[in-house]
Unconditional design. Structure first.
Length: 252
């Protein structure tokens, strides 16, 4: 926990308010709306984890994505215009300020865009974080092989020290995947399964996830994840409720 909201001098890429366990475990209704931290936010707390927000761009337009109706997660506005996307040095500065409030259990590359669009920044940050012996995780749509053709993305991430990856599998077949995730690329589902297998083989702790929507055969997706060598998790569908509050975080 990070205590009740307190005022602090502005810090690059971080909010000026920090939130108690109400922001972690309960709905983020009236408090989140009235105390939302304006962007740009490059890092943000969610419980004991510290999240890194590198971009708002994405190669999919998933029907269940939070950004369909809000950019507010854990009380932080995560919108980043392309010109606001941080450099690795910007994020390091924001992380150093955030560490003054305590060291996180893990640092997670996520946000409401696709982090691997900023692959080189992730690699630089992983190298910096490794010297601090912090657990790291990447939340990704798994399309990095299409975003960076010719590169061994999973191998590069593992070599840089990435500990875990949560990959949005989101279906058990290409037709359902295209319907639910609406990717920019053809053959995106194949790229996702290849990334999961490659990450597992590279020694990254991989969890394949699906969102509990009617279109998805959860048990078939579970079986596919096992075949690929990954753990499996079903994520609850987060929807608009009274006052457009958000329940939960941005984890894939």
């Amino acid at each position: 926990m990070h205590g009740p909201p307190v005022s602090r001098p502005p810090r690059p890429g971080t909010g000026t308010l920090y939130f108690s366990a109400i922001m972690k475990d309960a709905d983020m209704g009236s408090q989140a709306r009235s105390e939302s931290i304006p962007g740009p936010n490059y890092v943000y707390w969610g419980g004991r984890s510290l999240y890194v927000n590198l971009t708002s761009r994405c190669s999919s337009a998933c029907v269940f994505c939070l950004r369909e109706w809000t950019w507010n997660v854990y009380g932080y506005d995560l919108r980043l215009a392309p010109a606001q996307e941080p450099t690795a040095e910007d994020v390091i500065t924001a992380l150093e300020y955030a560490f003054l409030d305590g060291m996180p259990d893990e640092v997670v590359f996520t946000g409401l865009g696709e982090p691997t669009l900023r692959l080189d920044e992730i690699l630089a940050l992983l190298d910096w974080l490794r010297t601090r012996r912090l657990r790291t995780r990447l939340d990704t749509n798994g399309q990095a092989g299409l975003l960076h053709p010719g590169r061994d993305v999973a191998g590069e991430l593992a070599a840089a020290g990435l500990g875990a990856a949560s990959v949005s599998l989101n279906a058990s077949d290409p037709v359902t995947y295209d319907r639910v995730c609406r990717p920019l690329f053809a053959h995106a589902f194949r790229a996702v399964t290849r990334f999961i297998r490659a990450a597992v083989q590279a020694g990254i702790e991989v969890t394949a996830t699906v969102v509990a929507v009617p279109q998805v055969d959860v048990e078939a997706a579970r079986a596919l994840a096992a075949e690929l060598g990954a753990a499996f998790r079903v994520r609850p569908l987060i929807t608009v409720d009274a006052g457009a509050s958000v329940r939960g975080g941005s984890d894939r």
